[in-house]
Design a protein around this ligand. Structure first.
Ligand code: BEZ
Length: 217
């Protein structure tokens, strides 16, 4: 089957988050001036008034306090008008009691979606895929997820990786497979012979060999 192959610039992990100004359900936002000293989770959904998106947005809304506890602000986005966003927010609140109490970008001109590689034309030409950008307080992109239209994301995983990034930054450690809060963390692998000897001789609760050593925080 013919595939559209376009050369587009996609943001990558470690890049500065591309700046933008956008209209949202909470007023205008300029990313570079938004949520100073906080983390931002910027996520897109394909369309308002669709089932998977409704479950996902409700997931973000009901767990907003957990994001706040991690010093994190949420920003949603889809290629819908502000009127559609308002009607959808109101409809979900009326039907389920869940209120999407965070800004949702009305990216009707696709400016932000294109800037963040959320438009992936072989999946959909008109809707953003399910992207999640984890942006740190220095406005650097630290982790990116892309999901297709038909598969919803996992809120536990979104919160897990957000916490993992913060624990890694705060403690200079790495996190193993399936790490969750309270689990042991990985001491960074040695970069010289002295560090290697320290890993070999050190009193650590878990050690496979000098290159895989775990400690408690
Ligand atoms: C949904 O959210 O259910 C959905 C949206 C766009 C395409 C397919 C599914």
């Amino acid at each position: 089957m013919e595939q559209e192959v376009q050369s587009v610039t996609m943001p990558r992990i470690g890049d500065n988050a591309p700046d933008f100004e956008a209209v949202t359900t909470k007023g205008k936002i300029k990313l570079s001036e938004y949520a100073k000293d906080k983390w931002i989770v910027l996520f897109s959904h394909p369309a308002d008034f669709t089932p998977v998106c409704t479950t996902e947005m409700s997931g973000f809304a009901t767990r907003k306090a957990e994001f706040e506890a991690l010093n994190t602000e949420l920003i949603g986005l889809s290629i819908d008008s502000i009127h559609a966003h308002l009607a959808w927010v109101n409809n979900v609140k009326k039907n389920t009691g869940v209120y999407f109490d965070f800004p949702i970008i009305a990216d009707i001109d696709m400016k932000v979606s294109k800037l963040y590689g959320m438009l992936q034309p072989n999946e959909s030409e008109t809707a953003a895929v399910r992207a999640v950008f984890f942006i740190d307080p220095k406005k650097k992109i630290r982790l990116i997820m892309y999901y297709p239209l038909n598969v919803g994301r996992n809120m536990d995983e979104i919160l897990r990786v957000l916490e993992a990034l913060q624990v890694s930054d705060a403690n200079g450690v790495a996190l193993p497979l399936n790490w969750k809060k309270g689990d042991r963390v990985i001491v960074p692998p040695p970069k010289n012979l002295d560090e290697m000897q320290e890993r070999i001789d050190g009193d650590y609760p878990e050690k496979i060999d000098f290159y895989l050593v775990k400690k408690d925080l």
